[in-house]
Write a protein that binds this ligand. Structure first.
Ligand code: GTP
Ligand code: SPV
Ligand code: MN
Length: 590
């Protein structure tokens, strides 16, 4: 069975614990070939050639976009499928009302039937990977078995994949098992199953990022959040960024925003011209693993090594850095193309789409040319501002945690929580308009605590208790804030320019962390005065700024009633201290 494929590089040591599992899976799925990925460049090129041959990839314009390829996914398979994503724990309450639950025995039976013989005629790829710097004590390894060359190639860009990970697995004797098959891409035969009690994942019937690149949301968030709770750390849907002031001092900030709400853009922010001397260093754009450090501060690593980012909206004005980063050696998924075969998407001010994301001649009556959730996959080292600290085994010390969401009404541009426990309530209160990152209606406000609604692998009640427990684990906990870049006027226009201008908000956040920065105390926390926000060169009306920095009590009384109803739905698992914080805010609001 194990006939080597033409692009198998040097044979490598195969730890028995991995080989045994691969063997068991191969007996079930019956692949024609087995390919152990070594993570080399030659192997990546081999996967690309293979997919160009099968039509899974199309080569883009070599002159303007060297090394860039387009993948068109099945039109029913373009986003995460939250309604088909399950957490399978022995006790339903351990998964909690925030997750779909299935009994692990039933889930295994269902998945085993789907996986039976599903790799006949296909290649089984063994993808060993390390989430986090290869020599960090905070990193964790996994192995994804997949029958998709697209998944294997994406994992190469997104993780530390190959021989080094396999060596670490052999040394540590454990790993997260992720089994994936694209199956028939039939939405009725599509499930993403998590078994946190045994650190394993089974995903069938999708090739889309968050459903299929199992190192990312499945391992680094759902499984890792479970492990983190047991081991005393946190796995969060957070970007990590270093903000260097003109004096050369750097503060690290972690920000949790729901999917397609601005993490990648904040992590790669370009300072406005009116803020000379400020520099931004990207540590991560989507996931942070946070640990109490020896000095009583909270330290973070980015478990990923690449970006799977939202394409639409990326242009030279909003984010020149990201825009240039994806002009070479990038896999595009579901964008449109121009007559001369360049990738195209909504928000680009040059070029004209001739073929839409489905490969049809572009016709505006069919909707946008690029899918609203079209994505780029690119290695982090292509980011010109990739932080030198991104590979530091101990991570970076976090000064501030920032929550945020898409709220068209009343949520201020920024406010600061009173203390850690109140900050946990602020995080638990996050709500946001839904986006194209998951299938379903777009633009509906839903509660998304800590931006983890789709990603927390256990009961939110327990999760909030875990968050609260860090007050006792940290001598210098990060200060906690909430931002909203997405307020709109009655015509639907954004009130705040966003993108680079968001640095003004980060500047105030940093000032607050240093015990400076003017603020007014309100029932929901501290808001900056208009004067405290750096507005030199900022093109926003004074009246608009005032509106962005105002707390509207009636709206907040209603909001807190909603929050109360939401957190109470977690029954006896909702920590008492969180309810106390909430009652406190309600009392202050009157
Ligand atoms: P995931 O990868 O899904 O977790 O998303 P993300 O949080 O990294 O979101 P990303 O930075 O990719 O932004 C998503 C969309 O929001 C893109 O279309 C951006 O152009 C847009 N966006 C990002 N930042 C801002 C901002 O400050 N203001 C406005 N108006 N739009 C923004
Ligand atoms: C998200 O949906 O939050 C993403 C994209 O970052 S995915 O990897 O598909 O989850
Ligand atoms: Mn994300």
């Amino acid at each position: 069975m194990a006939t080597p494929t033409p692009h198998t590089a040097v044979p490598q040591h195969q730890p028995k614990i991995v080989a045994d599992w691969v063997d068991t899976v191969a007996r079930l799925t019956r692949p024609d070939r087995i390919h152990w990925c070594d993570g080399s460049e030659e192997e990546y090129q081999g996967l690309i050639e293979l997919m160009l041959g099968t039509g899974d990839l199309v080569k883009l314009n070599e002159e303007t976009h060297p090394g860039c390829y387009l993948h068109r996914s099945d039109p029913t398979d373009v986003a995460r499928v939250e309604h088909l994503t399950f957490v399978c724990t022995h006790h339903t309450h351990d998964a909690g009302p925030n997750n779909n639950w299935m009994d692990p025995v039933d889930a295994k039976r269902l998945m085993t039937e789907l996986f039976e013989d599903c790799m006949k005629g296909r290649t089984l790829y063994v993808v060993p990977y390390c989430m986090g710097p290869i020599d960090s004590p905070y990193s964790r390894c996994g192995v994804e078995i997949t029958d998709s060359a697209y998944v294997a190639a994406n994992m190469k860009l997104m993780t530390r994949m190959g021989a080094a990970a396999l060596e670490r697995i052999a040394r540590e004797g454990n790993f997260v098992k992720g089994l994936h098959s694209t199956g028939e891409l039939d939405p009725d035969r599509r499930y993403i199953m998590h078994f946190p009690e045994e650190l394993s994942i089974m995903s069938y019937g999708s090739g889309y990022g968050g459903n299929a690149l199992l190192g990312k949301k499945c391992h680094a968030l759902r499984i890792a959040s479970w492990q983190a709770r047991d081991e005393g750390w946190m796995a969060e849907h957070m970007m990590l960024v270093g903000v260097e002031n003109p004096r050369g001092e750097t503060h690290y900030i972690a920000a949790a925003f729901p999917s397609a709400c601005g993490k990648t853009n904040l992590a790669m922010l370009i300072p406005p011209e009116s803020m000379p001397g400020w520099k931004i260093w990207t540590v991560g754009d989507d996931i942070g693993w946070l640990h109490p450090g020896p000095d009583g501060r909270l330290y973070a690593i980015n478990p990923e090594a690449g970006y799977f980012g939202v394409v639409p909206g990326t242009n030279a004005q909003t984010n020149r850095q990201a825009y240039e980063m994806i002009t070479h050696d990038t896999i595009f998924t579901n964008v449109a193309v121009t007559a001369d075969n360049q990738p195209w998407w909504e928000g680009l001010d040059e070029g004209t789409p001739v073929t839409d994301w489905r490969g049809r001649p572009y016709d505006p009556r069919n909707g946008p040319a690029a899918h609203p959730n079209s994505r780029f996959t690119v290695a982090a080292r292509q980011n010109p501002i990739y932080s030198k600290m991104a590979d530091a085994p101990g991570g970076v010390p976090i000064s501030a945690i920032v929550f945020g969401g898409r709220r068209r009404e009343f949520t201020p541009l920024v406010y600061q929580a009173r203390n850690w426990a109140h900050g946990v309530l602020v995080g638990a209160s996050v709500a946001s308009e839904t986006t194209a990152a998951a299938t379903g209606k777009v633009g509906i406000v839903r509660r998304d605590p800590m931006a983890m609604k789709p990603f927390c692998g256990y009961n939110f009640g327990d999760y909030w208790a875990h968050w609260l427990s860090f007050a006792g684990k940290l001598e210098q906990p990060p200060k906690i804030f909430h931002v909203n870049w997405f307020r709109r006027d009655s015509d639907g226009r954004f009130l705040w320019p966003g993108f680079g201008e968001n640095l003004r908000v980060l500047e105030w956040i940093i000032a607050r962390c240093e015990g400076r920065g003017e603020a007014v105390e309100t029932p929901i926390g501290y808001l900056p005065t208009a004067a405290a926000l750096n507005s030199a060169g900022l093109d926003v009306d004074a009246a608009i700024l005032e509106q962005l920095l105002t707390m509207v009590p009636e709206a907040w009384r209603k909001e807190m009633t909603d929050v109360e109803e939401y957190i109470d739905a977690f029954d006896e698992r909702t920590p008492h201290d969180l309810k106390v914080e909430l009652a406190d805010v309600r009392r202050r609001l009157g």
